[in-house]
Design a protein around this ligand. Structure first.
Ligand code: MN
Ligand code: MN
Length: 473
């Protein structure tokens, strides 16, 4: 239990440039206990009365980043993801992420049992604050009847897969049933939009020609299957008037569809993920089996897709950039050496989202620092009902990242905190460096070291998404 002294511990961050979605300004930040107590031009007069002064001259002071799409300790047909709530959240902190929303899965037919199960996985392990979405894999009436209780527990967003999850391909019909089940409680439906049946059909032909090349995975997931699924989701929103949120949008054409729907006034929302912005499908054609390190669904696309994604992120057509952290060891990817369809799909990215968005976004004039904060902290918190997170303002949780834009970060398997045997960004040097990370007033990362402990993270019961149907015009 924290002592009274700790509960009112005062920390003053002096002389930094505070970055919010509104802009950048030179300001001091006073933290009292777990909250931000003041943000002002000059809080020097408070300096005599604090427990610690952090000199932030030359540093950017940003809100702790919010990653609303992670898969920790997540089972699959093959191996489980290789970061659990201990290793995965340590790595997240080291990279400036202080809040995650992970995907819990319906378990033994029950959504509530799934939530219980993921609460157990996180308890005693998480280093940072966390919430859960609920993935619905079998929308039975019994399962859907559990939705109101889940919303009461703070699980206010759900996910449906239109492709390859334990063979359960949810078609338009099933999505409509789920949307109907969400109507009353205002839960937000996220969709993995790829046409699963079509992928299986294409993959068969590709495999017959060459089963051993990882690039076969990308060839089996062409842009057309993403676009077809996105169209179905948009149609569904048009028919029902309900909001939908398309996760991990990867292609320019899918963005075009989403932008058109938004212009039409439909409540169609979407995110992209950091790897689609920074890696291309060319990685899958690497010598031998190396390309397997880059297998994810949807697959990496081309350079022109990337430019469209950056532009859409900047303009707001894509609201959020997440990690979709879904790590498998290269040794696990070996499962697909003789058959690319068996390569576990997912990339280790939770630790380097900020580094990569800074290097590939800010230093290359695709995002401003404020836009970075918006898409990776403020908007994910707002979209997913995480009150008190994602902004640097009085009353918010004191989740704060000190970032040195003059520093640099070297990404490699050897130096990363993620529990993975490779890096998808091996040898990449990024401008900028995370200097210190504060979570609810506590310094949890400093001088290159994670200072946190497993179990200090708290479960976040989330409020309803403002994208929920009542609040969308
Ligand atoms: Mn997915
Ligand atoms: Mn995912």
């Amino acid at each position: 239990m924290a002592s009274e002294r700790e509960e009112s511990r005062r920390l003053l961050i002096r002389g930094g440039s505070v970055v919010t979605e509104e802009g950048v300004r030179r300001a001091d930040v006073l933290v009292v206990g777990e909250r931000i107590a003041a943000v002002a031009d000059d809080l020097g007069s408070a300096a005599a009365d604090v427990d610690e002064v952090v000199a932030a001259e030359g540093l950017l002071v940003m809100p702790g980043f919010v990653d609303s799409h992670t898969h920790l300790d997540c089972p699959s047909d093959g191996p489980s993801t290789c970061d659990d709530f201990d290793t995965g959240t340590r790595a997240a902190l080291a990279g400036g992420t202080t809040t995650i929303v992970d995907f819990a899965f319906q378990t033994d037919g029950s959504l509530l049992a799934g939530h219980d199960e993921w609460m157990r996985k996180a308890a005693g392990r998480a280093h940072l604050d966390y919430g859960f979405h609920m993935a619905i894999v079998d929308p039975t009436p019994q399962a859907l009847a559990e939705i109101p209780e889940l919303v009461d527990r703070g699980v206010t967003s759900f996910k449906a897969f239109m492709c390859e999850l334990d063979g359960s391909l949810l078609g338009e019909q099933a999505l409509a049933v789920i949307l109907d089940g969400l109507k009353e409680s205002g839960g937000l439906l996220q969709v993995h939009a790829e046409d699963g049946a079509e992928i299986l059909r294409i993959a068969e032909g590709v495999r017959d020609r060459d089963p051993r090349s990882p690039i076969g995975h990308a060839l089996s997931h062409p842009v057309s299957v993403e676009v077809a699924a996105v169209r179905q989701v948009i149609d569904l929103s048009r028919r029902t008037g309900q909001p939908v949120f398309v996760v991990h949008v990867s292609s320019a054409e899918a963005v075009d569809e989403i932008e058109r729907a938004q212009r039409e006034g439909l409540p169609v929302h979407a995110e992209t993920c950091v790897h689609y912005l920074t890696l291309t499908v060319d990685e899958l054609a690497r010598e031998g089996f190396e390309g397997a390190k880059f297998v994810c669904s949807p697959p990496l696309r081309g350079a022109s897709d990337q430019e469209r994604l950056w532009e859409a992120l900047r303009s707001g057509v894509l609201r959020i950039c997440t990690s979709d952290h879904c790590p498998y060891n290269y040794t696990d990817k070996e499962l697909g050496r003789e058959d690319f369809t068996k390569i576990p799909a997912g990339l280790p990215t939770i630790e380097h989202r900020l580094n990569l968005l800074w290097e590939f976004g800010v230093t290359r004039d695709r995002l401003s620092p404020s836009e970075l904060v918006r898409v990776a902290a403020t908007e994910p918190a707002r979209t997913f009902g995480l009150s008190g997170k994602g902004d640097l303002a009085v009353g918010y949780d004191a989740d704060i990242v000190l970032f040195d834009p003059e520093g640099s970060s070297y990404l490699s398997a050897e130096h990363q905190n993620m529990n993975v045997d490779y890096s998808a960004f091996e040898g990449v040097r990024c401008a900028g460096e995370v200097v210190r990370v504060i979570s609810r007033g506590e310094s949890v990362f400093a001088d290159g070291k994670v200072l946190s402990r497993p179990g200090r993270g708290r479960y976040l019961a989330r409020g309803r998404s403002p994208l929920g149907r009542d609040e969308v015009a």
